[in-house]
Design a protein around this ligand. Structure first.
Ligand code: DAH
Length: 342
C-alpha cells in the first residue's frame, strides 16, 4: 500500500509541475479533483483503509495524510507561481511610458465670417425675425424676374453670374428668398436669410463666392421709418452703442425707393481713418421699400401691404468689424490668421 501511495504522490507532483502557464490553472483544479476529489485516487486509497491490518493503520494513515498535504501545498504554490508569472507578463507587455509627452489635439474654431453671421442672426432673431435658407442653384425666375429684373434688363449687368443653362444659375444675391417666401406665405413676414452667393468678380474687395444676409419685412403700414429704426438698432448692436446710421438714395429694381446705408466707422468712431478712407462713414448694406411690382409678382396685394428689404455682405462687415484690409485673407484660411478669432 505504501508503494501505491508513493506512486500516486509522484504522479500528482509531476502533473502539477507540468502545468506550465495560467491557462493551466484549470488543469491544476482538475488535478486536485483527480487526486483529492470524492472519487480521487488518494481518496480511494483512504477508503481502502478499512481492510488494512489494525496495527498498520496509524502508519498508513499518517502516510496518506502526508501525501494529501504535500499535494495540496504543491497545488497552492503552483497556483501562486503561475498567477505571479502571468501578472508580470502582462505588466511587461502593457507597460506605459509616462515620460512620453502627450499628444495635443488642436482646438478648432469658427471662421470670422461664421462668427459674424451668428451674431447678426442673433440680433435679428431677438427682434422676432425668422431664419430661412434657400437654394444656391437658383432659377432665372426667382433670381431676376420676380425681383423686377426682366430678361435683357440692363440691371442684369450689375449682377452677371455663372449660368448652368438658360434657366438655372448660381444665385447672384440672397434676394430670391424674398420672392420664395412671399410666394409661399402671406404677411406678416419677418425673415432673415443667410447664404452664399456668386458673381464673376475677383480682386481685393470682391470674391467669386461671398456671403450675404437678406432681410424682409412685409405687413400693413410698413414705411421707410421702420427700416431706419430696425437698421439703427441692428448697427448699434453689431458695432457699438455710439454707431450712427445714414441713408443715401440708390437704385435697385426690387425696391422703390432704394437706399444705401452707411454707419459711422467702428474703428475711428467717425473721425476718419484708413478703414473708412478718411470719411468717417462706411457703407454696410443696400435696402429699400419693397417695389409694389415685386409684391404683386408674388401674389401679395400692394394696396393692403407694404414692406422693406435689405441685403448685406458678410465679408465686408467682417472686414469692417475686425479691420481686415484685404478680403482675400478671409479665403486663404491661414491658421495664424484664423486662430486670432477663437
Ligand atoms: N441684392 C442686392 C445685391 O446683392 C442687395 C440688396 C439691395 C438687397 C436692396 C435688398 C435690397 O433686399 O432691398 O446687391
Amino acid at each position: 500500500m505504501e508503494g501505491r501511495i508513493k506512486e500516486i504522490l509522484q504522479k500528482a507532483l509531476e502533473l502539477i509541475e507540468d502545468s506550465e502557464n495560467l491557462e493551466n490553472l484549470e488543469k491544476i483544479q482538475q488535478i486536485r479533483v483527480q487526486f483529492l476529489g470524492k472519487n480521487g485516487e488518494l481518496t480511494n486509497v483512504l477508503r481502502g483503509m478499512k481492510d488494512v491490518a489494525p496495527e498498520l493503520k496509524p502508519v498508513i494513515g499518517k502516510f496518506v495524510n502526508q501525501a494529501r498535504d504535500e499535494i495540496t501545498n504543491r497545488i497552492e504554490t503552483r497556483i501562486a507561481e503561475l498567477t505571479a508569472k502571468s501578472i508580470e507578463q502582462k505588466l511587461n507587455s502593457e507597460s506605459v511610458d509616462i515620460t512620453l509627452s502627450s499628444k495635443r489635439n488642436p482646438k478648432g474654431g469658427l471662421h470670422p465670417c461664421s462668427i459674424v453671421i451668428n451674431e447678426i442672426l442673433g440680433i435679428f432673431t431677438q427682434m422676432g425675425f425668422q431664419v430661412k435658407q434657400g437654394p444656391e442653384v437658383e432659377t432665372d425666375f426667382f433670381n431676376f424676374q420676380t425681383l423686377n429684373i426682366p430678361k435683357d434688363h440692363p440691371a442684369r449687368e450689375m449682377q452677371d453670374t455663372f449660368y448652368i443653362n438658360d434657366e438655372l444659375l448660381l444665385r447672384t444675391h440672397t434676394s430670391p428668398m424674398q420672392a420664395r417666401t412671399m410666394i409661399s406665405q402671406q404677411p406678416p413676414i419677418r425673415i432673415v436669410n443667410p447664404g452664399k452667393v456668386y458673381r464673376p468678380d475677383d480682386d481685393a474687395t470682391h470674391s467669386p463666392m461671398f456671403q450675404q444676409i437678406e432681410g424682409l419685412v412685409v405687413d400693413k403700414g410698413i414705411t421707410l421709418c421702420d427700416l431706419k429704426g430696425i437698421l439703427e438698432t441692428f448697427a448699434k448692436a453689431l458695432f457699438n452703442e455710439n454707431t450712427k446710421t445714414r441713408l443715401r438714395p440708390s437704385f435697385f429694381p426690387f425696391t422703390e425707393p432704394s437706399v444705401e446705408v452707411d454707419v459711422t466707422c467702428a474703428m475711428c468712431g467717425g473721425k476718419g481713418c484708413r478703414i473708412c478712407k478718411g470719411t468717417g462713414w462706411i457703407e454696410i448694406l443696400g435696402a429699400g421699400i419693397v417695389n409694389p411690382k415685386v409684391l404683386e409678382n408674388c401674389g401679395i396685394d400692394s394696396n393692403i401691404y407694404s414692406g422693406f428689404a435689405f441685403g448685406l455682405g458678410i465679408e465686408r462687415i467682417t472686414m469692417i468689424k475686425y479691420g481686415i484690409p484685404d478680403m482675400r485673407i478671409l479665403f486663404d484660411n491661414d491658421i495664424r490668421f484664423l486662430k486670432q478669432f477663437n
